[in-house]
Design a protein around this ligand. Structure first.
Ligand SMILES: NC(=O)C1=CN([C@@H]2O[C@H](COP(=O)(O)OP(=O)(O)OC[C@H]3O[C@@H](n4cnc5c(N)ncnc54)[C@H](OP(=O)(O)O)[C@@H]3O)[C@@H](O)[C@H]2O)C=CC1
Ligand SMILES: CC(=O)C(=O)O
Ligand SMILES: [Mg+2]
Length: 758
């Protein structure tokens, strides 16, 4: 192995070297999307079969999008002349950055990207090279090419290629900075037209940021450009055409002169260029975007030493407000590729900037805050743009870009159905999306009323509000009105937007107490005991609402353990006749969905209980659109190895036989046998016609172990446990569940897993 003379100075640097080296050098590999297992696969993928798509494309060149990966493949191209803010270090040194961009394309937008480092600094040679291979890709992302050469390179390639060519350092950066600036203006009560802007760093990124914000309203007379030689004033010798366009008449000559009284200071230059004196001299409530990478022009800590009225952004992920082009290029290319745009034009860029700015003003899912290890992210000075790990970006930004492409006439194909497009986008990232979309479509149409039992909790109030705002149904909070009002005010949720039901004051209070007394009087409860439960126990009160038809479903469990909650609920509600409550979990792994029961209610089910669990779980699977092929799991298959614990499983199969269950089931089976498509070879008598997709566990402990193993070691996405089999739909969240979990469970309550699939 070659020894580098470079020595890592910090632990982060050492970690980064190890990360890039092990277990396989680099960050990228190529995966096949087709099987290559058999002689027939080979005959189709390569000679002779491949001749068919060859002829088809020769006859109609546009079909290249149908028969090859072109439509979802981007080249990240650099010559390494301006690698981040590190300077001209050549093509090989730029490779880690370009591989990095490629994996970000994949991670955030499911775009396949490869890095290509071109060893030409001469623009003509570089252009000729990229023109030569360009059309084999769906798009070209130019990266870290120094200015001014980058301007000519991009302009010419845009003219000469019929696909999007996008210099990310120019336009990606411009779009994100513009999005941040829209919101910083909103928060400081400014209009773009009035802003006094100073740009420091007149390179690829800087000039393009300036030009985009000028196209959005900033006046060129109000902007001053500063480069390494100071202010770019009219008549200054040297420079180049693109730079000199921004020269203004002024006596100011230095960055310090220019910054005095400015509203906005944009840095796209180099580390440490902004001094504390410069920061102090800016206008009140100034906006500073110090975007040089990896070290900004000034750090937020240094700014805070001078003043506290600044909206501050950097290009880094370890400070609030990361203005970095990672927020843009994946989604901009996604939108452009999906309509086979010929280019990425100004309209598409402005649409992306406005979409990002608008998303920052929406309520932020808790898991995004958790990814950044903060309690909450809320629109304000420390959160002016979305964070890169926001899962909403993929379905939010590309539709705006694609629509702008269509409206500006550069799309090759239309978007048939924009709602369906958003769903396709969401599925690109999240394997649970298909299941969730089925639920969402159904409950939007049904508009059920869901009672949120722990209605005074802030997370529950936010979830109830989100449930309503997303059009999933109507929410009722069981809570005291004054407590909810105070919480809603603090959360910025409009007063009166949620119905609140105070158990003690409810007009139905005595009706519920009568019902409960009737039900429990022979189980040791006095009238005053049940009255107390109705008044004080929100789970009991909420379950009574369901029982009496005053709500359709209920969600609870955020503040108490699920077994305690279950006992409260069972005081009021029974299982469906002939059935039992069952915890059902869906684990989605490598394209396979497994529906697992019982993951939360019955600790050691006997044969009868196992048969009932199988019925309930199979029905829930059907409700999710999954045809059940059910296996009762064990450590053995069909009596081998023998053991006393398998008897109850065999009896459960006999019970289902006697009942004439209307789904496919088999047992007992070991997990690997149940999931093996070839298990018939060993067990030709097995009734399973396909690998099992519904798994009935012999006891809760094995269910819990299996689900956690699937999640931790198998990388499965897990939904649940969901409660099925009670006479009314109740969902119990895990203790401390976040807003997204609660909204999802409210959705499942509204979906009603007991409903017989039609
Ligand atoms: N946050 C983000 O998303 C992004 C950040 N960046 C960062 O922006 C910076 C510039 O990148 P890019 O535009 O691609 O590179 P360029 O090389 O095209 O531009 C850099 C410009 O900054 C100028 N400059 C360097 N030092 C100073 C200084 N002390 N005062 C004023 N100007 C100075 C350079 O002048 P000269 O040519 O005379 O040396 C050059 O014009 C880099 O740090 C990069 O990491 C870039 C893209 C995205
Ligand atoms: C983020 C980026 O592209 C840069 O700093 O060059
Ligand atoms: Mg770059």
């Amino acid at each position: 192995m070659a020894e580098s003379t470079y020595r890592a100075d910090t632990q982060l640097d050492a970690d980064a070297l190890a990360f890039h080296m092990k277990p396989t050098p680099g960050k990228l590999s190529v995966a096949s999307t087709k099987p290559m297992a058999t002689q027939r696969d080979l005959a189709l993928a390569y000679s002779p079969g491949v001749a068919a798509p060859v002829r088809a494309i020769a006859a109609d060149p546009d079909t290249v999008y149908d028969y090859t990966s072109k439509g979802n493949m981007v080249a990240v191209v650099s010559n390494g002349t301006a690698i981040l803010g590190l300077g001209n270090l050549g093509p090989a040194a730029s490779k880690p950055v370009m591989e990095g961009k490629a994996v970000l394309f994949k991670r955030f937008a499911d775009i396949d990207a490869v890095d290509i480092e071109v060893d030409y600094t001469d623009p003509e040679k570089f252009i000729a090279c990229v023109r030569g291979f360009g059309d084999t890709f769906g798009g070209i992302n130019l990266e870290d090419i120094k200015s001014p050469e980058c301007f000519e390179i991009e302009t010419r390639l845009r003219e000469e290629l019929d696909i999007p060519v996008f210099h990310d350092d120019q336009h990606g950066t411009a779009i994100i900075a513009a999005a941040g600036l829209i919101n910083a203006c909103d928060l400081t009560g400014r209009r773009m037209e009035d802003l006094k802007v100073v740009l420091c760093g007149a390179g690829a990124a800087g000039l393009t940021v300036l030009e985009l914000i000028e196209s959005m309203g900033v006046k060129s007379a109000n902007t001053i450009v500063v480069d390494i030689d100071g202010v770019v004033y009219e008549g200054r010798p040297g420079g180049h055409e693109r730079l000199n366009r921004h020269a203004i008449k002024t006596d100011k000559r230095t960055l310090a002169d220019a910054a005095e009284g400015a509203d906005v200071l944009l840095g796209l230059s180099a580390a440490g260029v902004f001094t504390k004196d410069i920061v102090a001299s800016l206008a009140p409530n100034p906006i500073i975007f110090a975007m040089a990478n990896p070290t900004p022009e000034i750090t937020p800590e240094e700014v805070k030493e001078v003043r506290n009225d600044v909206i501050m952004a950097t290009g880094r992920s370890d400070y609030p407000n990361q203005v970095n082009n990672v927020l843009g290029f994946p989604y901009i290319f996604r939108g452009a590729l999906d309509v086979r745009a010929r280019t990425i034009n100004e309209e598409m860029k402005i649409a992306a900037a406005q979409a990002l700015a608008a998303l920052a003003r929406e309520d932020v899912p808790d898991e995004v805050a958790q990814a950044y290890k903060v309690d909450r992210l809320q629109y304000g000075p420390d959160y002016i743009i979305p964070t890169p790990f926001d899962p909403r970006l993929i379905s939010w930004v590309p539709p705006f870009v694609a629509q702008a492409a269509i409206e500006s006439g550069v799309a090759r194909r239309p978007l048939e159905d924009s709602e369906a497009y958003k769903q396709v986008l969401a599925r690109r990232l999240d394997p649970t999306a298909a299941v969730q979309q089925r639920i969402t479509a159904s409950i939007r149409a049904a508009q059920k009323t869901i009672v949120f039992a722990e209605g005074e909790e802030q997370a529950v109030i936010r979830a109830a509000h989100a449930f309503q705002v997303q059009g999933l149904g109507k929410a009722i909070l069981v809570a005291r009105e004054d407590v909810v009002a105070a919480n809603m005010k603090e959360l910025g949720i409009p007063a009166g937007s949620l119905e609140v039901c105070n158990a003690r004051l409810s007009e139905h209070n005595s009706e519920y107490a009568d019902y409960l007394y009737e039900r429990l009087q022979r189980k040791g409860y006095l009238r005053r005991d049940v009255q107390r439960r109705v008044n004080n126990d929100r789970n009991v009160f909420s379950a009574c609402m369901l029982k009496m038809g005053h709500a359709d479903g209920m969600v609870t469990g955020v503040t108490r353990h699920s077994n305690v909650v279950m006992k409260d609920v069972e005081l009021v509600l029974d299982p469906i006749e002939g059935s039992r409550p069952v915890g059902v979990t869906i684990a989605i792994t490598r394209g396979r969905s497994l529906v697992i029961g019982d993951t939360s209610v019955t600790e050691f089910p006997d044969a009868q209980a196992l048969a009932e669990i199988a019925e309930v779980t199979a029905n829930a699977a059907r409700r999710f659109g999954i045809t059940p092929h059910l296996a009762f799991l064990s450590y053995s298959s069909f009596g081998n190895p023998p053991g006393e614990r398998t008897a109850k499983i065999q009896q459960a199969v006999e019970i289902l036989d006697a009942q004439g269950a209307d789904f496919e089931y088999e047992g007992e089976l070991a997990a690997d046998v149940a999931l093996d498509p070839d298990h018939h070879k060993l067990y030709p008598f097995s009734r399973l016609t396909q690998p099992a997709n519904v798994l009935i566990m012999p006891a809760i402990h094995s269910a819990s172990i299996a689900v956690r193993l699937l999640k931790a070691a198998g990388g499965a996405t897990v939904i649940g446990p969901m409660l099925v089999g009670l006479e009314k739909p109740v969902q119990i969240a895990r203790l401390g569940a976040n807003v997204t979990d609660i909204v999802n469970l409210a959705g499942i309550a509204a979906f009603d897993l007991n409903k017989v699939p039609g």
